[in-house]
Design a protein around this ligand. Structure first.
Ligand code: ADP
Ligand code: MG
Length: 317
């Protein structure tokens, strides 16, 4: 199978229902229309074999996860995802693998009515780059630099499950039901698209937690030129972390990546309407602290003592 029939069979066949795609896969470039009143959001994420995923994972999971981690960046900007392009590098043409990969792509794109509009296919060490596009009402993108001193910091959902899942990949003993739940957290992250309408109305800043809460919150602090004060007793630690890593559960929740929850802020006067709107979304969000003047992150411990909080999370270099 050559490059072109591979594209025809596994990628061009992925259907979509989008009026905005004027020309999709098959020409020199895609041609797209951005709806009136909308701005276009664009973001890329590369997933490298053995760095972001194990080559032994099912190709379905690899594709599904690759789409979802990209969609998460659109959620963090308060947008709705619409298209992706896919730059795929594979060592060989393994039709079984490509079929599963294509199915994972299709199912993940279907979740948000997204379209695959183009890409590139090359031979080399397994690597996947997806560029996702999304729409946000003009001027309403939620930025990292929008927080003010006194704004309350929230996270969506509980933290640390994906990091714990990575710990168990090497076959350490764990209850089967728990393992299935953790693997789902790692392999099928749920980008918080269901929060974007509430956040767009009230959030002052937002970021998705891909590298770890302390590392990603630090990005909000740097961009907004603020410090932050967190309360250790308010950090939403995933219950399975408490079960399997009780000694350093909080540490993992603060520094573990791959959860793709959102960290966002709201001014005190908008907290009540935001919470009302969030309640309807069905996603539990937890207040974890406040932005404050200064440049450092600090954390209030269980005994009330306040100590510096280091930005720790995954770093490539
Ligand atoms: P060109 O040589 O002009 O860059 P290509 O031969 O690379 O074109 O690609 C042909 C068409 O197939 C283009 O529309 C391109 O966007 C699309 N395409 C290539 N690889 C992929 C892929 N992995 N997924 C989706 N579309 C792809
Ligand atoms: Mg090309």
């Amino acid at each position: 199978m050559d490059e072109f029939s591979l594209i025809d069979v596994f990628f061009k066949t992925i259907p979509h229902q989008q009026d905005h795609v004027i020309i999709g896969i098959g020409d020199d470039a895609a041609c797209l229309s951005v709806p009136k009143g909308m701005h276009l959001l664009v973001s890329s994420d590369t997933l490298v074999s053995d760095v972001h995923f194990k080559p032994s994972w099912s190709a379905y999971d690899i594709a599904y996860r690759a789409v979802m981690v990209n969609v998460s960046d659109i959620a963090a900007m308060g947008g709705q995802p619409c298209w992706i392009t896919l730059a795929l590098t594979v060592p060989t043409v393994d039709e079984q693998w490509l079929k599963l990969f294509s199915q994972g792509l299709k199912d993940s794109l279907d979740r948000y009515n997204m379209a695959l509009i183009g890409g590139d296919t090359t031979r080399g060490p397994l690597c996947i780059t997806i560029t996702v596009h999304g729409f946000v009402p003009k001027g309403r993108a939620i930025r990292r630099d929008g927080a003010s001193s006194g704004d309350i910091i929230y996270v969506s959902g509980e933290l640390g499950a994906a990091a714990l899942a990575l710990d168990f990949l090497d076959g350490q003993p764990i209850d089967e039901t728990d393992k299935a739940l953790l693997m789902k957290k790692l392999l099928r992250p749920e980008p918080r698209i269901d929060l974007v309408d509430c956040l767009q109305a009230f959030a002052t800043a937002a970021i998705d937690i891909s590298d770890g809460l302390s590392a990603d919150l630090n990005h909000l602090c740097v961009a907004s030129r603020l410090g932050a004060l967190l309360s250790l007793d308010q950090i939403p630690v995933h219950p399975l972390l408490k079960k399997y890593r009780n000694n350093n559960a909080l540490d993992i929740a603060l520094s573990g990546g791959d959860d793709y929850e959102l960290c966002f802020s709201v001014s005190p006067e908008h907290e009540e309407p935001l919470l009302k709107s969030l309640a309807q979304s069905g996603v539990t969000c937890y207040p974890i602290g406040v932005f404050e003047k200064g440049q450092a992150m600090r954390v209030k411990q269980f005994n009330g003592e306040i100590i510096p909080l280091e930005a720790r999370g995954y770093r490539h270099f």
